[in-house]
Write a protein that binds this ligand. Structure first.
Ligand SMILES: Cc1ncc(C[n+]2csc(CCOP(=O)(O)OP(=O)(O)O)c2C)c(N)n1
Ligand SMILES: [Mg+2]
Length: 361
């Protein structure tokens, strides 16, 4: 059994979004998805401490409503590009928890055959095309994918479109501005989603951005922007769905700023000493999981027993994911470069992709 840290899912006190006209099954589905992400991420921390996971590892703790709301706005045929903070998106988009955990463990059964790890969730089946470790690295390929879609089909309500998720700090990368400009002049079916968790590593948005109201940053490209409460899963879904619809039907690129909190450090090894106790308190108060739980209880959609059962099921799914990852094979040392390079001549000097294959001694 995995030991939980102080971030939990059972305070049950919050006053979250009021699920007025929303079908109970849909709300329960969102709660299940959010709780699965929470359990998965808390377990990832523990697995990292046990050295089952190496390298970088960034979590979606605190961003569960944002992740689930955004992916709920996607059609199956839409494409999603994200940052390295991608486990929740992979799960929410439909990748199997065992394969996501196996990717973290670097096992051959991982979604990217263990070659990518935490930052590089990738799956053509569910159309999540990364997971990018370079800040802003996802933005040009996402924009290129949207350009490709304009050659592939006509606009319409069922057309394919792209969602490109990025962090607040990432809006200061040149590629963000270059890509927005191209999306605007070429009418690309893409929605850029800034997850504003108020921090880029330890730097606040106010310290890093000349225009800290990040949804306004599309204005110079005449891309409409909107800010939404990232702790409200329904508000996120509605805003994202409307923007995606405009992208699909009118090829109108969009910009969405989702206000969220990172409950822990930048990555699992960051103790986040730069955060004030007030800031930590605000983040805990805004925690979307107890808030939605509280709303569901209040609305009589679940009772305490049902809520606990959902949480137990999530823990069981994650334990099964760990068992699957643990019992999966490591890649053979001789095959480590497989799937990692475009040609079989990894690191061969003076050789470019596409050059004739040189036999290595
Ligand atoms: C080009 C580049 N510069 C710097 C880094 C180091 N780095 C990794 S994450 C990060 C902060 C990004 O913050 P933000 O965009 O707000 O995303 P968040 O981590 O908050 O989700 C930095 C500077 C990097 N990975 N790539
Ligand atoms: Mg950030």
């Amino acid at each position: 059994m995995v030991e939980k840290t102080e971030v939990t899912m059972d305070s049950g006190e919050g006053t979250g979004p009021v699920p007025a006209k929303e079908p109970a099954e849909v709300l329960l589905g969102y709660y299940r998805d959010m709780v699965l992400i929470r359990s998965f991420e808390l377990t990832a921390v523990e697995m990292y401490k046990r050295a089952k996971i190496g390298g970088y590892c960034h979590l979606n703790l605190g961003e569960e409503a944002t992740v689930v709301g955004l992916t709920a706005a996607l059609h199956k045929r839409d494409y999603l590009f994200t940052t390295y903070r991608d486990h929740g998106y992979a799960l929410s988009r439909g990748m199997a928890p065992g394969q996501v955990m196996a990717e973290l463990f670097g096992k051959t059964t991982g979604v990217a055959k263990g070659r990518g790890g935490s930052m590089h969730m990738f799956d053509t089946e569910t159309r999540m095309l990364g997971g990018y470790g370079i800040v802003g690295g996802q933005i040009p390929p996402a924009t290129g994918a949207a350009l490709a879609l304009t050659y592939r089909g006509e606009p319409g309500p069922d057309a394919e479109a792209v969602m490109c998720q990025l962090g607040d700090g990432t809006t200061n990368i040149g590629a963000f501005h270059e890509s927005l400009n191209m999306a605007a002049i070429w009418d690309l079916p893409i929605v850029y989603v800034i997850v504003n968790n108020r921090l880029g590593m330890g730097t606040t948005v106010e310290a890093a951005s000349g225009e800290p109201e990040l949804y306004r940053r599309g204005a110079s490209y005449r891309i409409p922007g909107e800010r939404v409460d990232g702790n409200d899963v329904l508000a996120v879904r509605e805003a994202a769905a409307a923007a995606m619809e405009r992208a699909r039907a009118q090829r109108q690129p969009g910009l969405l700023e989702v206000m969220s909190y990172r409950l822990k450090g930048h990555s699992v090894v960051d103790p986040a000493r730069y955060r004030s106790s007030e800031d930590n308190e605000r983040a805990r108060e805004a925690d979307p999981i107890p808030a939605l739980r509280g709303s569901l209880l209040q609305a009589g959609i679940i009772d305490e027993e049902h809520a606990t059962e959902i949480e137990r099921e999530a823990d069981e799914q994650v334990s099964a994911a760990v068992a699957f990852a643990d019992s999966s094979p490591d890649p053979a040392p001789g095959e480590l470069f497989d799937y990692a390079y475009a040609t079989p001549v990894a690191n061969a000097p003076h050789t470019l992709p596409g050059d004739p294959v040189v036999e290595m001694p």
